[in-house]
Design a protein. Sequence first.
Length: 427
Amino acid sequence: MKRLVLLFTAVFTLNSQAQLNITIEDGNASALPIAVVDFVNPNDALATDMAEVIRNDLARSGQFKPLNKELMVDQPGSDADINFGTWRLLGADYLSYGDITYLDGGRMEVRFRLSSVAEQKQLLALTLPLNQAQARAGAHYIADRIYEEIIGIPGVFSTKLAYVTAVKTGQDFKYQLIVSDSDGYGPQSLVTSKEPLLSPSWSPDGKKLAYVSFEQGNSAIYVQDLSSGARTLISNFKGINGAPKFSPNGQRLAVALSKSGNPEIYTINIFDKQLTQITNHWGIDTEPEWSPDGQSIFFTSDRGGKPQIYQSNIISKKAKRVTFEGDYNARPSLSPDGKYIAMVHGNNNRYQIGLLHRPSNTLQLISNGSLDETPSFAPNGAMVLFATKTPAGKGLLKAVSTDGQTSNDLVLSSGHVREPSWSPLLK
């Protein structure tokens, strides 16, 4: 199995042990060959670094196969510098190139071009005014535009990941809720606790995170503003306060509460804390997930004897069973178009990530672990992020394409990583 390790080194807010390192575990045989040439700027490491970020982004998507840098005998900075015959001989279908001009006050101008080698024509032209500190964000943006121009759907390289790390210190664990770039770069800690942190969930605008904390002993649900750091206590009823999920309009949270003595699904208005009960059943109802239109909630329930996924209309409160194949189906995550449900699918004590295609009601397994959990769809629907374990028991994250052809491991250098959540597309 071919493995390409992408390691990113820099100075960030946290110790480098909090950095996620990405390994491309499996590649897509039909990936499109693309040449991403270093930006033209003599003796400038930043020009090389931006091109490397673009190459890494495209490679981990599974849709592209960037040419080895050593094969790039030319370094065009403009259209007039291109010899399409050279790139055709090197096997490139597409060519990414450009230059950087430095301005006063730490500013720079990045001129980027994308061309089709076969058609010998320019597909995309961008001029980005950036501060030098924004170079990496600019590279992610360029990779997003390349992806969308060629594949036809938005790229997700400029998005964020939220996840929980657990590092053992003596006899105890230190838990942190982390937000990082989609490639694991630049981790920032939102919360540090000696008690578990669970179920981070992004608001639709990407400006807030809801999560569960046990820092006061009992479970409690908080919403935290990412820019200010301010957080609001949403729910700390006696018993279970769990699994918060923002509604598509960002005004409510779907949650699991056991304040009545039995776990049920509720919605909470995040502004006035008003509760609406969605389920009322003797079974255990938990792990809510909104439909993209906000009209219904999917959830896990054992009301049929074993954990399965159900769907309830938020107005009528009528629930119907959605999954039937397998002994165990739980933790639903819906694709942005609502056509797929990613879930934990269990048979004979083996738990893998399954994709249920709702129109055809067919199930596809996209992971091969034995204890895979907490799936989260990428905001373009092309990949699913989930938590799993190595044979030695180390917790890591894995991102798998929905066709199962590409997978990336995201590994913490020290400790375990779990509870992943992929942000929405960010402006």
